[in-house]
Design a protein around this ligand. Structure first.
Ligand code: SF4
Length: 449
């Protein structure tokens, strides 16, 4: 999912003190911060689009489906829970119109996606017919015969056997199930639409269809989470035997229902576990998955078979691939320019109806920003090789980032080894709060919005 985030930076992260969960994002999804992206920079996108693309840059296509059955209390995305079939059809038509226009531009003309991603919202909210229609039309614009990954996010309660068959048939290779927890009380309290039974049914139906990869998402520290329940969640996830599990630590961004309630009652601390507890829970999960034969492949992921389980979308994007964002509020990057579409469905569709660009804001990165971006995002993998940056950017990152690296080393968050910079488990579990130390000075105090 292309995520927005609202992190508040804190140069040179302080050693541990017991940190309650307060409002704001923890997760660093992109760089430079979104608050630096501006409507007045939109012309930079047009400039990129007018020139042919370099032949060695892979292309990804992201299609955003902003519909959900119910709004989760921790959700900060723009989602719609009240749209009927005709409105959804009109939205798909608008997204396809956007795609047709973009695919005719010099930068995208004749290219085929190396990866495709359906994020949301809930892509699996679409009906079987809508899914067929959407993907047929996308493939007619840019065929998928060179796509090595087609990823699709699902909410378990929206999946029927028929729909899963269709998702498999249209070419999805990576099915991502937003499980979050298995306990019905916790799911309900946190506003999730699905329940444990539906997870079970959807997971086994998907497994029977032999998707190349099934990922399940979990969240450590949802409201009312307990030590014992989290242990059961981990045990249950292991028993399902997925190829890959993604584990996030619960955060409470500004525009969530949880924050609204905090504000109404004058509370500064969110009603979820503190950060140390969440890290300990993720650590427990990592340990248990390792015992079950999985490997920890990033700050958020464990995988069963690292040779087979690839993260084409994530890795390509972090390494500088193009990502064409389609749909409302979508984020992407073409060449050196980040951009985001209009965040509300009304202005997004009106722009396309009027033959205008639905782009809302953009940011043209310079070389130094690209270096910082690629360095901090890849630190989330737990290991980076300085030789990679020397070759790509002509920069010795050990010298360039000597100060923050020295600090992380002194705190035991990293070690410097022959083959690179290696995060300790402790460093990996809190990597997002450590990344701000690598930001350029002008971005350090920015809030991501
Ligand atoms: S399913 Fe995902 S996108 Fe939809 S409301 Fe819940 S968290 Fe938000």
């Amino acid at each position: 999912m292309v995520t927005d985030d609202t992190a508040v930076s804190h140069p040179l992260a302080k050693p541990e003190e017991r940190e309650q969960t307060e409002v704001g994002n923890y997760f660093v999804a992109n760089y430079p911060p979104f608050s630096f992206w501006k409507p007045e920079y939109k012309s930079a996108v047009e400039e990129v689009l007018d020139k042919p693309a370099p032949s060695d840059v892979p292309l990804g296509v992201y299609f955003h489906i902003p519909f959900c059955r119910k709004r989760c209390h921790f959700c900060y995305f723009r989602v719609y829970t009240d749209k009927n079939a005709a409105e959804i059809r009109a939205y798909i038509d608008a997204g396809i119109r956007e795609y047709e226009i973009m695919a005719e531009k010099a930068y995208l003309k004749g290219r085929k996606p190396h990866f495709v991603y359906f994020g949301g919202g809930t892509p699996s909210y679409l009906s079987v017919d809508q899914l067929q229609d959407l993907t047929d039309r996308m493939k007619a614009i840019q065929p998928w015969d060179e796509a090595v990954e087609v990823a699709f996010e699902c909410e378990p309660g929206t999946l029927t056997e028929k729909k899963l068959e269709k998702i498999r048939e249209i070419g999805v290779t990576r099915l991502s199930l937003g499980v979050e927890n298995f306990d019905d009380h916790i799911l309900e309290l946190n506003g999730r639409a699905h329940r444990g039974k539906e997870i079970e049914r959807a997971y086994h139906a998907a497994k029977a269809l032999d998707f190349p990869q099934i990922n399940i998402d979990l969240i450590a520290g949802m409201m009312d989470e307990t030590e014992d329940n989290w242990k059961r969640v981990v045990e249950k996830a292991i028993s399902l035997d997925p190829e890959c599990v993604t584990i996030y630590q619960m955060e409470v961004p500004f525009n969530t229902t949880i924050y609204k309630q905090m504000k109404e009652t004058g509370k500064l601390t969110a009603p979820v576990a503190d950060w140390q507890t969440k890290r300990r829970w993720v650590e427990y999960a990592f340990d248990e998955f390792e015992k079950a034969g999985y490997g920890v492949s990033s700050a958020y992921t464990v995988v069963k078979n690292p040779d087979k389980v690839k993260f084409v979308y994530r890795d390509s994007l972090w390494e500088g691939a193009d990502l064409l964002p389609l749909g409302v509020a979508s984020f992407g990057i073409l060449g050196d320019v980040h951009y985001q579409n209009q965040a509300d469905v009304g202005p997004y569709m009106t722009a396309l109806d009027n033959g205008e660009s639905p782009i809302f804001r953009a940011y043209h990165t310079n070389g130094e920003e690209r270096l910082v971006r690629e360095f901090i995002l890849r630190l989330k993998l737990g290991r980076v090789k300085p030789s990679y940056y020397e070759k790509k950017y002509g920069v010795n990152v050990l010298e360039r980032f000597a100060q923050p690296l020295g600090y992380l080393k002194s705190e035991g968050f990293i070690t410097l080894e022959d083959d690179g910079i290696v995060l300790s488990r402790d460093g990996l579990l809190q990597v997002d709060r450590l990344l701000h130390d690598f930001f350029l000075p002008q971005h350090r105090d920015a809030r991501y919005t």
